[in-house]
Write a protein of this length. Structure first.
Length: 424
């Protein structure tokens, strides 16, 4: 019988390298994210510093990955995908979560998404469910100047912050997944940043519009990868990695940042743009409209995050005393203002055999994954663990139809006496 050519035999050997997830994971980690989403001339190519044998195998490697891993997930993604859309596919990654925002989400019953009752210490906003508005096929995150008049009035105790939050003059919203169950993969959204004054996208102000992966609660293991679109110009984007252990508050030492300015003829306020990052064990690569704009690797000052996280999107305004971040012209802000999200997608890296849980629930999560991970008093998630050696407060669900279920999951209590210091 005719023998296969040497090239075919080599190709089959490369394909065999990916017969198990563990081998696939090792090889994908060695190659790096550029293999799949396209190299950028200004970025270092991991292949150039790889062993000669690996460099020689790269063309066959690409073919094998495409043939063996493309569409490996099977079935439909979680969330609310469109039946009429043909979603992009990336070799080595499986589409796991899609949100089109075509219909309102029930944020107290949805199996994936919920809302935050938090508020950053350095911010002017308190997050509420009411400020997450689904209309016209998009998610709008609204900032309103109704801090004292908001109904229902936010309680002092915040589950998302695992402690009390002081009064805020503004309200806004934060959409987040329920559990710390997302890790390596591609995170992407199509977003439009706020106009600080209605109808005029040229006026600069102060805001931080985001999409990020964040381990909640941060007090034990702070892990964060984010995209922050800020109000200082119509083209400003900041990309951050945060990594810390056993800390209560932010400091420059726990953050590594990179900045990007969109082209002069682009405006992140006037038009929707695609923002994304790929998170792999080898590093994080950020993208703007498909172009590489930043990379964080093992040679950066902070390690590449390695723990599971929640996916979050929010909009907040910095404190007016100095407008320390988000833009120096906050005095231009007029409310209401809003950011807008057309869609969000998460592609799981096929080399990660642990997260997300195969059945889409919290079944694979460890006790550490569940540490102080409640998002709001209505989500039915117990606040498991201590903060600074003491129990954390528990608020009551203000929505009657969900209050009984939430109270049954964790008995509502008055906030215990503890420090009133607010942490970011």
């Amino acid at each position: 019988p005719k023998q296969p050519s040497p090239a075919l035999r080599r190709s089959e050997r490369v394909r065999a390298m990916f017969a198990t997830p563990s081998r696939s994971a090792l090889c994908l980690a060695a190659i790096g994210p550029w293999t799949f989403l396209g190299a950028h001339a200004s970025q270092p190519d991991p292949i150039s510093v790889a062993p000669a044998s690996l460099r020689a195998a790269k063309p066959l490697f690409d073919q094998a990955v495409a043939a063996h891993l493309l569409g490996a997930s099977g079935g439909s993604p979680h969330g609310h995908p469109s039946a009429t859309k043909d979603y992009p596919q990336y070799p080595g990654f499986s589409l796991w979560l899609v949100e089109e925002f075509d219909e309102p989400l029930d944020l107290d019953q949805d199996p994936v998404w919920t809302w935050s009752d938090g508020g950053l210490g350095e911010g002017q906003v308190r997050f509420t469910k009411e400020n997450l508005v689904f209309e016209g096929g998009t998610l709008k995150i609204m900032v309103l100047d109704n801090g004292k008049a908001a109904q229902p009035q936010p309680q002092s105790c915040s589950h998302a912050e695992s402690g009390p939050v002081g009064e805020k003059p503004l309200t806004s919203g934060e959409l987040r997944t329920r559990h710390n169950m997302f890790r390596y993969g591609i995170y992407e959204t199509r977003m439009r940043a706020p106009s600080v004054q209605l109808g005029d996208t040229a006026i600069d102000g102060n805001y931080v519009a985001t999409m990020f992966a964040y381990r909640d609660a941060k007090f034990r293991h702070w892990r964060e990868i984010d995209i922050e679109v800020t109000g200082d110009t119509a083209r400003s984007v900041t990309m951050n990695v945060l990594h810390a252990e056993n800390t209560e508050g932010w400091s420059p030492a726990i953050q590594s940042s990179k900045t990007f300015e969109a082209p002069e003829d682009e405006s992140v306020r006037a038009d929707f743009h695609n923002f994304a990052f790929t998170w792999l064990p080898t590093g994080i690569t950020w993208y703007f409209d498909g172009e590489v704009v930043g990379f964080h690797g093992h040679d950066d000052k902070l390690p590449v995050p390695e723990m599971s996280t929640k996916i979050m999107m929010n909009l907040w305004i910095f404190l007016s005393q100095g407008w320390g971040f988000g833009g120096p012209d906050g005095w231009n802000n007029r409310y209401p203002m809003h950011s807008e999200y057309d869609w969000l997608r998460f592609y799981k890296w096929d080399g990660d055999s642990q997260y997300p849980c195969v059945d889409g629930t919290d079944s694979c999560l460890t006790d550490d994954d569940k540490y102080l991970s409640s998002n709001n008093p209505c989500d039915g998630i117990q606040q498991e663990g201590l903060r600074n050696g003491g129990s954390v407060c528990t608020a009551t669900c203000p929505y009657a139809k969900h209050a009984g279920e939430a109270a049954k999951a964790e008995g509502a209590t008055e906030p215990p006496a503890q420090s009133s210091i607010l942490f970011p």
